[in-house]
Design a protein around this ligand. Structure first.
Ligand SMILES: [Zn+2]
Length: 453
């Protein structure tokens, strides 16, 4: 056999350990993992010089077009940022009024024209009519359905309609009954407490000093997560809680798992590493809020390390400064896909909070298993896709927004010096980033359907 590419002299980090070996890639797949001497001839030989190679990160929490970008433009810039940041698969949110099948077909075509990395989808459910379309969409290879609990009342985003708990419960019942594996994703926050607190703060006349964490406090998330767990227990629906920002919320997920509930918990780099005091209050406005109390970050790291939490997502929502001029009216959301891996390497692995094997587990292996992408994705195993990232654990670089490829013009990590960066990214055997330079302008990525079993 002649391989397309071999990577020699690498330390392969998997979720269950590290091994010094070489990797051969042929036709986009991993053809061999073996001692360097046993590697076949290849058109290209990459010398990892002893460095770590990990499975490409899977970012399960991406909104390429939020808040108002063209989908194709958002896909190109987001997936350039993904390639630069060592992310080889995105799971992007789709939502819209009307037929979910039509939205799916249109977006799938756009992904296959423009995405640089591979992509799967979550679909947002906002009405009973859309609950009725879940089975049809699941048959197309989409097996995760998102319920945005706080998008009701004055928080509705037109043309979508507001959700309510009856729709959520009916959605859970439907997903639980599907014959193929599927999962409910939930943004879990009680928004009515926020409506009341916002009015209370504005009535005092101190709107200019209020913080987002003050008006959307921890209790909103903790109540939302506990309610979702109750729905899971009563319907048997498997769930995934996105962007957990509080220690208590994460503990509720951990405890539910211990009782046998099929539930998975995600947190994001911003909740692990930032306090509200570290960010501009308007640019840093996200839901749930970045917490003021740093104890939450500490607790989230501990729960990741101990298996209480399972996955890392960026919640990439590439708002620009123009979308965030005034505090109360500012769109929520920040870009984060390109900094996900460097922040986790620098603040997690290099600071001794998690080992590299755990990083692999929470950035690819668990994510692939949760969303039906394993063993095609999420592992370095013969027969799997050659989605690989070579790391330089000693490289130190300061985050500058002009180096970030996404469409947003700021980063919450601007000016932060990080140690540990991806230096080469490969998607199905194709090098898409080398030495920090993205080598593709657009295209090459594929839609990845979730298998029936
Ligand atoms: Zn999100």
């Amino acid at each position: 056999m002649k391989a397309d590419t071999v990577i020699k002299n690498c330390t392969i980090a998997r979720h269950d350990g590290t091994v010094h070996a070489g990797i051969a890639v042929k036709d986009g797949k991993i053809a061999a993992v073996c001692a360097d001497e046993m590697l076949p001839d290849a058109s290209r030989v990459i010398d990892a010089k002893g460095g770590y190679v990990i499975p490409g990160c899977i970012d399960p929490h991406v909104h390429v077009d939020w808040p108002e970008w063209d989908f194709t433009e958002g896909t190109v810039s987001t997936t350039k940022a993904a390639a630069a940041g060592g992310v080889t698969t995105i799971i992007n949110h789709l939502s819209g009024p009307g037929s979910l099948v039509d939205i799916f077909e249109e977006r799938k075509a756009a992904i296959e024209r423009s995405s640089i990395v591979d992509a799967a989808f979550h679909i947002g459910i906002f009405s009973l009519a859309q609950v009725g379309q879940i089975e049809e969409v699941a048959a197309l290879g989409v097996s995760s359905f998102k319920f945005f609990l706080p998008y009701r009342g004055t928080e509705v985003v037109p043309p979508l309609v507001g959700i309510d708990d009856g729709i959520v419960y009916a959605g859970f019942e439907t997903i639980a009954r599907l014959t193929r594996p599927a999962r409910a994703l939930v943004h879990a926050e009680n928004v009515e407490i926020f409506f009341m607190l916002k009015e209370r703060v504005l009535a005092t006349g101190r709107g200019d000093e209020a913080g987002w964490d003050e008006v959307r406090p921890e209790v909103c998330e903790i109540d939302g997560i506990r309610r979702v767990i109750t729905f899971c227990e009563h319907t048997g629906c498997p769930a995934y809680i996105v962007h957990i920002s509080t220690g208590e919320g994460a503990e509720a997920v951990r405890d539910a798992k211990a009782r046998g509930v099929d539930i998975v918990g995600e947190t994001c780099p911003q909740y692990l590493t930032l306090s509200e005091e570290d960010v501009d209050r308007t640019l840093g406005k996200v839901n749930p809020p970045i917490r003021r109390n740093r104890e939450h970050s500490k607790r989230l790291w501990e729960l990741l390390a101990s298996g209480g939490l399972d996955c890392i997502g960026s919640d990439h929502a590439p708002c620009a400064k123009k979308h965030k001029k005034e505090f109360w009216d500012a769109y929520v959301g920040v870009a984060g896909i390109q900094t996900l891996l460097p922040v986790m390497l620098s603040e997690g692995v290099n600071r001794g909070r998690i080992p590299l094997t755990k990083l692999v587990e929470i950035t690819s292996y668990n994510t692939a298993r949760t969303f039906g992408l394993y063993p095609k994705k999420g592992a370095i195993e013969v027969g799997g896709d050659a989605d690989l990232v070579l790391l330089d654990m000693e490289k130190t670089q300061t985050v500058r927004s002009e180096r970030l490829h996404h469409i947003s013009d700021f980063s919450l990590f601007e000016g932060k010096k990080l140690t540990g960066w991806p230096v080469l990214t490969m998607v199905r055997g194709n090098v898409v980033m080398e030495e920090g330079e993205v080598t593709k302008e657009a295209g090459g990525g594929r839609f990845v359907p979730r298998p029936a079993r």
